[in-house]
Design a protein around this ligand. Structure first.
Ligand code: BYC
Length: 342
């Protein structure tokens, strides 16, 4: 029903008329290697298109599902100022989802198909949004750590080889930077408060730290998409390298806040010029990714209910669009043609 996908027949998008498949592939790989942007109407190999639809749609779903844990606190924010900030942030996440669905649609897929894949459980979304937000400090930790991890992962995507995705990421990253600052500010305020408020922050940090490190995806040797995504300039930095950069950046910020990161193995390694940290529990990660995290069922049920309850809005929007189109058609038709015969 809803689509901005371009009206390109599938045989035209899957073959380059002038070149053989092998020549087209070689030309395409060379363009990626030179760091050129690939645009929606350019020839691209089918696996490149599939990889992008997979990643961009998962990313879009993450933004939309990601509104739920924070949305949980919109009615309970402790002041008008905090409520206004949180409302703006949650709306931003919705906007990011919409830019990203639109970017995925430029690859010839429809939004209806993408949303059906999410609702049926066929499409993934970020593991991190399957954890609960029982306290106000969770909202600060989402901003500081979850959005912080998102920025670390997404800044390199501004240079991704697919133009529409890269351009969407520029605005998204700017907004994510504001989100991270608001999370840090929220936690900083709580850390100047009572011992109970400080304990609430520490508890939230303890619960989110490991799931946040999992956001970057499996270790490089278990990342099946890494090789092709790097070759085609979709991924510029590997899962493990981004995770390491994130840990190194956060250690200092945690010290400024006065919180402890819950890892006794976390220490500076002068030889590597980076922090060592303890092994991650990948069994938990795969359980969450495969639908068995603390809130997976709740999150999907909330999305399906929101979609069903919004059916009347989509119908009204389509009826309005039809009416506008009919009016416009009538306006361009010469009056003589519109007059009914005697
Ligand atoms: N959760 O070969 P790999 C936000 C899957 S929104 C779930 O390394 P890839 C925010 C992966 O999809 C943040 N699944 O894959 C919003 C693949 O499965 P399939 C979302 C994960 O794609 C609201 C399999 O594991 N950010 O910040 O090369 C409020 C093997 O992985 C996860 C993005 O989506 C995970 N954490 O690399 C606040 C960024 N990790 O598809 C904040 C864009 C991996 O074969 N995405 N999997 O069934 C990416 O950069 C990459 O897709 C990833 C994974 C780094 C996530």
């Amino acid at each position: 029903m809803y689509t901005q996908s371009m009206d390109v027949p599938s045989d035209e998008v899957s073959a380059s008329p002038a070149l053989s498949d092998a020549e087209a592939s070689a030309t395409f790989d060379a363009r990626c290697a030179r760091g050129e942007f690939i645009e929606a109407k350019d020839w691209m190999p089918a696996p490149y298109r599939q990889t992008l639809v997979r990643q961009i749609s998962q990313h879009a779903h993450s933004e939309i599902v990601g509104m739920l844990p924070e949305g949980n606190w919109l009615t309970r924010a402790p002041s008008l100022k905090r409520k206004t900030i949180l409302l703006a942030k949650v709306q931003d996440e919705g906007g990011h989802g919409l830019y990203l669905y639109a970017a995925a649609e430029t690859l010839g897929t429809s939004r209806d198909d993408l949303i059906a894949a999410l609702h049926s459980g066929r499409a993934k979304y970020s593991s991190i949004f399957n954890y609960p937000t029982p306290t106000w400090a969770d909202i600060g930790v989402i901003g500081w750590l979850v959005d912080g991890a998102a920025i670390m992962n997404q800044v390199p995507l501004c240079r991704c080889s697919y133009g529409p995705y890269a351009r969407a990421m520029i605005r998204i990253c700017r907004e994510e930077s504001f989100h991270q600052r608001q999370g840090f500010d929220l936690l900083h305020t709580l850390m100047q408060g009572t011992a109970a408020q400080q304990a609430m922050v520490q508890d939230a940090v303890n619960r989110w730290w490991w799931p946040v490190l999992m956001m970057f995806g499996p270790p490089d040797q278990d990342s099946p998409h890494a090789e092709t995504s790097v070759k085609w300039g979709i991924k510029r930095i590997s899962n493990d390298d981004l995770r390491q950069k994130f840990v190194d950046a956060i250690v200092e910020q945690a010290a400024v806040l006065g919180v402890t990161l819950p890892d006794p193995g976390l220490k500076w390694n002068a030889a590597r010029g980076a922090h060592d940290f303890s092994p991650i529990d990948w069994t938990e990660f795969w359980q969450v990714v495969n639908g068995h995290g603390p809130c997976n069922r709740e999150r999907l049920a909330a999305r399906v209910a929101a979609y069903d309850e919004g059916a009347w809005v989509r119908e009204a929007a389509l009826a309005y669009a039809d009416k506008q189109a009919a009016r416009q058609a009538a306006a361009v038709t010469p009056a003589t043609e519109r007059r009914s015969p005697p």
